[in-house]
Write a protein that binds this ligand. Structure first.
Ligand SMILES: Nc1ncnc2c1ncn2[C@@H]1O[C@H](COP(=O)(O)OP(=O)(O)OP(=O)(O)O)[C@@H](O)[C@H]1O
Ligand SMILES: [Mg+2]
Length: 450
């Protein structure tokens, strides 16, 4: 197995629980939880391999496939596999899950084993697989927070976050070579930041870069940031189930319908961190908003860094936005993005217009040597308005989106120096600020290619 980076602290915690096992009277149950691709399985496998000698009676492993295309493994079939591994002849196994569970617990009594229940879907899936005598250690990994397991079954939850920047860079260097990273430290730092320090994304990017050993990292950075569909670079051709989109989709598709809709609409937020009040205002006409947020937090598609704040991981944010574009009516998207933005800033006051630009796409462009960021819907649906006086033509890409930019600033107003007119400012800026900003003018028309 490849080397694990940046997990020294968590490994220390696992070691402490292992040491405590000897003094405890109950079996040790540890739940390693975190977002998709953060490294839960890798950590559990690596640690159990290193600590094999602490479990003289051996280890049991099952991949419960809680978040995959295929159906999750049932407790019955996991128990069948475990009992067979423990030496029980297949023909002697009872049918009912509670009988299998009782037989399994009896077989484990007095043994010192490590039981690894990997990729669990829910507490219910793992409960019949938990030993009830001391001596063994069970590690469950899951994208779910498994709160019920902590409350009812005494699980100690170990939350796994993304890697630090230095650990992410070491991971990248391990795959593409330290020479390349040392040669372009800034580009390497920007690349790991694009991956949001998520181990799975770092691995996919590393493999992509390793296939092109002579290309400078800065060129890749330009390609990746210039692509309006940034998640494209985290696809894995030839192995679609490893693509980041697929890995995220298993969590997304497991959500109840109203919750998955809330998730994708939150992707329209300009910022990855959102105030709870902003969300409640945007969904003011809907019920159970708090409960749906709790489900999203439980499934690690959202985190809550403070009681009144919610945060989407950078790549999850892109994914949510992409799902919103694919699944929602464009008119509704515009409307919802406005509502979300309005909630962010409070109700528009007199003199401030309330027409935020729906930031569906962020696209880096270069204009007269200056880099800027332009928000675009690739279909150009939202970007309408009169061509501002003095604006010149500029086509920064070949995707068919036509953008006209005047001046040198970071974009973007959709109107000229004369102000925004009756429709209001698409960025939600006060009228006075719009009128004065002669240099910040952008004009876009719907894509000719649709
Ligand atoms: N700390 C790390 N250092 C190096 N590589 C890592 C690290 N953590 C994870 N990886 C690698 O990242 C990829 C994703 O890790 P892993 O499958 O363990 O994630 P996971 O959290 O179990 O995902 P899922 O939610 O899909 O079960 C794997 O290739 C793994 O080897
Ligand atoms: Mg896993």
């Amino acid at each position: 197995m490849a080397e694990l980076f940046g997990r020294e602290g968590v490994r220390g915690k696992l070691d402490r629980h292992l040491a405590d096992r000897l003094s405890g009277s109950a079996p040790t149950l540890l739940a390693v939880t975190g977002m998709p691709g953060v490294g839960k399985t890798a950590l559990a496998l690596d640690w159990s391999k290193d600590r094999a000698s602490s479990f003289p009676d051996g280890q049991l492993y099952v991949d419960l496939r809680g978040f995959e295309n295929d159906a999750p493994v049932t407790p019955t079939s996991a128990l069948h596999a475990f009992l067979t591994a423990l030496g029980q002849p297949a023909g002697t196994l009872p049918k009912e899950v509670h009988e299998l569970s009782a037989m399994y617990r009896t077989a484990l009594a007095g043994r010192r084993m490590l039981i690894l229940l990997d990729n669990a879907q829910s507490a219910d899936q793992v409960r019949p697989l938990l030993p009830n005598s001391p001596g063994s250690v069970t590690i469950v990994t899951s994208r779910s927070r498994l709160t019920g397991l902590a409350i009812r079954d005494g699980a100690v939850r170990i939350e796994l976050g993304c890697l630090s920047e230095p650990a992410s860079i070491r991971l990248l260097a391990e795959i593409i070579g330290t020479d390349r990273v040392y040669a372009e430290p800034e580009a390497a730092a920007a690349l790991v930041s694009l991956c949001g320090n998520l181990p799975l994304a770092l691995h996919i990017t590393g493999e992509l870069l390793a296939r092109h050993p002579v290309h400078p990292l800065s060129e890749w950075l330009d390609v990746m940031t210039g692509n309006p569909d940034q998640l494209d670079s985290l696809d894995t051709p030839g192995d679609p189930t490893t693509s980041l989109r697929a890995v995220f989709s298993w969590s997304y598709l497991a959500l109840p319908a109203a919750t998955s809709r809330m998730f994708r609409l939150l992707g329209l937020s300009d910022e990855p961190e959102i105030d709870a009040s902003q969300i409640f205002r945007a969904f003011a006409e809907e019920k159970e908003v708090g409960a749906r947020l709790a489900v999203l937090v439980d499934s690690h598609l959202l985190t809550s860094p403070a009681p009144d704040r919610y945060r989407l991981h950078k790549l999850v944010h892109l994914y949510a936005r992409e799902r919103a574009e694919a699944e929602e009516d464009p008119e509704y998207l515009v409307d919802f993005a406005r509502r979300l933005r309005r909630g962010q800033r409070g109700e528009p006051s007199a003199g401030t217009c309330g027409h935020p630009l729906p930031l569906l796409r962020s696209q880096r462009i270069e204009y007269e040597g200056e880099a800027g960021t332009l928000a675009l819907d690739k279909r150009g649906l939202m970007l309408h308005g009169a061509r501002p006086e003095g604006a010149s033509d500029h086509r920064p890409n070949s995707s068919g989106t036509c953008v006209t930019i005047g001046g040198t600033a970071q974009l973007a107003h959709l109107h000229g120096p004369e102000g925004h007119g009756a429709e209001g400012c698409p960025l939600g800026l006060p009228d006075s600020e719009c009128r004065d900003s002669e240099l910040r003018v952008a004009w876009a028309v719907p894509s000719s290619t649709g």
